[in-house]
Design a protein around this ligand. Structure first.
Ligand SMILES: NC(=O)c1ccc[n+]([C@@H]2O[C@H](COP(=O)([O-])OP(=O)(O)OC[C@H]3O[C@@H](n4cnc5c(N)ncnc54)[C@H](OP(=O)(O)O)[C@@H]3O)[C@@H](O)[C@H]2O)c1
Length: 165
């Protein structure tokens, strides 16, 4: 499985339940990389989607501790272990971890890679993920040419993770 996230230069990812910045090319990239796959997210990230609705044309798995939680087109799980056992039946290449902070952190050890949109700016934020350039076992294997949207520069990076044995 892989994670996919847009981060600023401090590896911040969100503020007050929202994304830090919306870059149309990044949203297209996210769609292209997740369509037809299984996406795993926290309940807060689900609530941040338009109408709080599941992503179309993807199998949506949502973590919550609320035993009564239900949402249309969502498979609800109540722990990381329950998610992992559900995911064990799905080819790893078809699973994308899409956030937010608590879910990225919980699944980081199980990911074999990450797609990171690196935004060359620093925003005020309340959610962040570990800096993969400093995480043992994580290596950047490619980075796109820089692009720009409304004066904000960004690149698409691919990271690979070799878990310690
Ligand atoms: N930049 C990006 O690429 C990106 C992507 C996604 C999200 N985000 C941002 O990230 C922020 C949200 O992150 P967050 O960490 O606050 O929320 P989150 O990870 O989306 O959701 C947290 C919720 O998930 C459930 N959960 C988490 N771990 C669990 C576990 N081990 N077992 C059972 N349930 C679990 C809990 O739901 P209950 O409270 O219902 O129990 C928890 O409150 C927002 O600002 C969002 O915009 C950014």
């Amino acid at each position: 499985m892989k994670m996919i996230a847009a981060v600023d230069r401090n590896w911040s990812i969100g503020k007050d339940g929202n994304l830090l910045v919306r870059i149309p090319e990044d949203q297209k990239f996210f769609k292209r990389m997740t369509l037809g796959k299984t996406v795993v997210m926290g309940r807060k990230t689900l609530d941040s989607l338009p109408g709080g609705r599941a992503l179309k044309d993807r199998a949506n798995i949502v973590l919550t501790r609320n035993p009564d939680f239900a949402r249309e087109n969502v498979t609800v799980v109540h722990s990381v272990g329950e998610a992992l056992s559900l995911l064990s039946d799905i080819p790893a290449d078809d699973v994308m971890i899409i956030g937010g902070e608590t879910v990225y952190r919980a699944f980081l050890p199980y990911c074999d890679g990450a797609w990171i949109t690196m935004v060359g700016a620093a925003f005020e934020a309340d959610s962040r993920i570990p800096d993969l350039d400093r995480e043992p076992g994580w290596d950047m294997v490619s980075e796109s040419e820089p692009a720009e949207h409304n004066g904000i520069r960004y690149t698409f990076r691919e990271y690979r993770h070799t878990p310690e044995t």
